[in-house]
Design a protein around this ligand. Structure first.
Ligand code: ATP
Length: 236
């Protein structure tokens, strides 16, 4: 059984059908990339999984459980966490406060504090600045904070929406290294990226979304050389 199964998902915004009949799977241990042009429905798909949006149709099954209608905090408790597009850290709160916020569904405060310590070990730049306001961080540091905040719920599935957006190439590599390390440590990842080539190089499988519908899917190593993907997304 896959860790995440999306079956025939449709999501509307009023009269706009943003996602139409989408089905995809993420197996435990995978990094799966979702690529597509602006407006293809990538963010909408992630937000349906994290339960921030209500699907019009379809089913979302996580770890064998139908989560299509659970509340967002219940999805977090069950093991789904999202790092949103644009990072959305709380600029006027400290790094420490942002991390505590990521643990809002947890009651084990001793363990939460220990996990914050582990985050500072993994992201030393956050540790050095723990009492600084998040809004004073660089874009790359804010992205690390957004990922660390999501990890504070100890997710089994991490949803990453455009983690490399607006970052310098060297920082983008760092973010992808972190994604690789998290995956090696056992976290399953569903990744939305504009940086299609790098995302495909660093993921197991890829789905291509066009105007709300899946058009291609397969092993990333194969799709990265596919004429249609090269032409549309890799500038080939
Ligand atoms: P991007 O890379 O630009 O974020 P995306 O693939 O993530 O694109 P979505 O953000 O999921 O695409 O948007 C899918 C479609 O739904 C687009 O046509 C978009 O204009 C529309 N849409 C997204 N959010 C809303 C909203 N809050 N209200 C109305 N329409 C929306």
């Amino acid at each position: 059984m896959a860790l995440l199964e999306i079956e025939n998902l449709s999501v509307n915004y009023g009269g706009v059908q943003a996602v139409r009949g989408l089905s995809l799977k993420v197996e435990e241990g995978e990094v799966v990339t979702l690529i597509g042009a602006n407006g293809a429905g990538k963010t909408t798909t992630l937000r349906a999984v994290s339960r921030m949006l209500r699907p019009r149709e379809g089913r979302i099954v996580f770890a064998g459980r139908d989560i299509t209608r659970v509340a967002p905090d219940e999805a977090v408790r069950l093991g789904v966490a999202q790092s949103p597009e644009g990072r959305q850290v709380l600029a006027r709160q400290s790094i420490q406060d942002n991390l505590e916020l990521g643990a809002y569904t947890r009651r084990d405060m001793g363990e939460v504090r220990a996990d914050i310590g582990r985050m500072y070990g993994r992201f030393p730049r956050l540790g050095e600045r723990r009492n600084q306001l998040a809004g004073t961080l660089s874009g790359g540091e804010q992205q690390m904070l957004a990922i660390a905040r999501a990890l504070m719920s100890r997710p089994r599935l991490l949803l990453l929406d455009e983690p490399s957006l607006g970052l310098a190439p060297i920082i983008v590599r760092e973010i992808f290294d972190i994604i690789g390390e998290l995956n090696a440590g056992g976290t399953t990842i569903l990744l939305v990226e504009q940086n299609a080539r790098l995302a495909m190089q660093r993921s197991h499988r890829t789905y291509v979304l066009e105007a709300g519908q899946l058009t291609l899917e397969g092993d990333s190593a194969r799709l990265v050389n596919d004429e249609r993907v090269l032409h549309a997304y890799l500038g080939g």
